[in-house]
Design a protein around this ligand. Structure first.
Ligand code: AMP
Ligand code: MG
Length: 365
């Protein structure tokens, strides 16, 4: 409900910060109206400690609607975390990971739908997005703890231990062909959680809002001040902003090795694994993807971190999916993006630091 012309537009923006109020996300929203922060709505640890925030913009006389939308969205995020977290021993995913071969592990329709999407994205991304890399992730985590690189034999073994071919999905659950198969939804469940929260808000009657989990964002309607939602993309090298995007009814996710990484023998390693080599990736320090849903943006950001700029060709013909990659080192880097991504950049802040970088449009569509 919009205020009529001449009237003061009375909007109330509610911000519920779930884990932390600090804006440590790789993407941050910028330029919103002052926020009203309801207390006592911060649920417990989710997604292994990701900072989350939700905003619902409602007319001043409909605060109850905002509160209801917020509560439902938080519940939706909780549900996703409870089902798909690898940090919780009793999640559906953990039960699947510890199950023996040949046993049907019952899964909720939600978890099954994320697994089916993950399998589809595995195909779409030339197998760069592969949620079956869990044993490799554990191997590299363990290597970081011991401060010793894994052997090539251990890498090959971890790769063989778990593959999509070893997992059957049926209408009520999944069956592993090998007991060693394990799945990690860390590259897609956050985005799915954002989508579920947005859906819950909309079902509660909210027309405008934004949800963020650990830098994965989806917005709908428009912010309190009107116009489009403004989202800033961080420069991976100096923590400043690289670009600002104007979005509505879109999701945007960034994968980067500058925030989540581990160190082994004095060198930094990404938390994203190249399934083809078993090695942590170093193709692109930062990848930002805009898509209609956060799940799609989340998975593609992880996939393009593996593929680098060669992966941009895979976006040709994918409606509404656009990407920006920062490639190289702090001393020598460049930006590559799809032409459609350029159209999302806020005209008042055109790639502020691009003068020191080569900016090229790499994909013709
Ligand atoms: P993101 O921060 O969204 O790029 O997700 C990174 C997370 O995805 C990692 O922490 C792993 O849990 C998981 N992951 C790592 N490598 C891959 C991969 N090649 N395909 C799918 N998921 C991955
Ligand atoms: Mg991702």
């Amino acid at each position: 409900m919009m205020a009529s012309k001449g009237q003061t537009v009375a909007w109330v923006v509610l911000l519920a910060v779930i884990l932390a109020l600090v804006a440590v996300g790789r993407l941050t929203t910028a330029g919103e109206e002052p926020l009203l922060i309801p207390r006592g709505r911060n649920p417990a640890n989710i997604f292994g400690g990701m900072p989350c925030s939700l905003q619902v913009a409602v007319p001043a006389d409909r605060i109850e609607l905002g509160n209801k939308a917020n509560d439902r969205a938080i519940q939706a995020i909780h549900d996703v975390d409870a089902r798909m977290s690898t940090y919780k021993d009793d999640s559906e995913l953990s039960l699947l990971n510890t199950a023996p071969a040949g046993q049907l592990v019952p899964l909720s329709p939600e978890t099954l739908s994320v697994l089916r999407s993950a399998r589809e994205l595995h195909k779409q991304t030339d197998e760069a997005f592969d949620v079956t890399v869990r044993p490799l992730i554990e191997l590299w985590k363990d290597a970081a703890q011991r401060n010793e690189l894994p052997t090539s034999g251990a890498i090959a073994e971890a790769r063989e231990a778990s593959r999509w071919q070893q997992i059957r999905l049926n209408p009520t659950g999944a069956v592993k062909q090998e007991s060693t198969s394990r799945i990690d939804l860390g590259g897609i469940a956050k985005g799915y959680g954002v989508d579920q929260a947005v859906e819950a808000m909309q079902q509660a009657g909210a027309e405008h809002g934004l949800v963020e989990i650990g830098g994965d964002i989806r917005c709908f309607g428009h912010p309190a001040r009107g116009g489009k939602w403004r989202v800033a993309v961080r420069n991976p090298f100096n923590r400043g902003f690289l670009a600002q995007l104007l979005l509505n009814n879109q999701a945007v996710c960034t994968s980067g090795n500058y925030e989540r990484f581990s160190e082994i023998e004095g060198k930094r390693y990404s938390h994203i694994i190249d399934p083809r080599t078993g090695q942590p990736v170093d193709a692109a320090p930062s990848v930002t993807v805009v898509a209609p849903t956060a799940m799609t943006a989340d998975a593609w950001a992880t996939a393009l971190s593996v593929l680098g700029e060669d992966g941009l060709r895979l976006l040709e013909g994918r409606e509404g999916v656009e990407a920006l990659l920062v490639i190289g080192t702090p001393a020598d880097h460049r930006i590559r993006m799809t032409p459609g991504f350029g159209k999302l950049l806020a005209p008042d802040t055109p790639l502020p630091e691009a003068k020191s970088i080569t900016t090229t449009v790499a994909v013709s569509r």
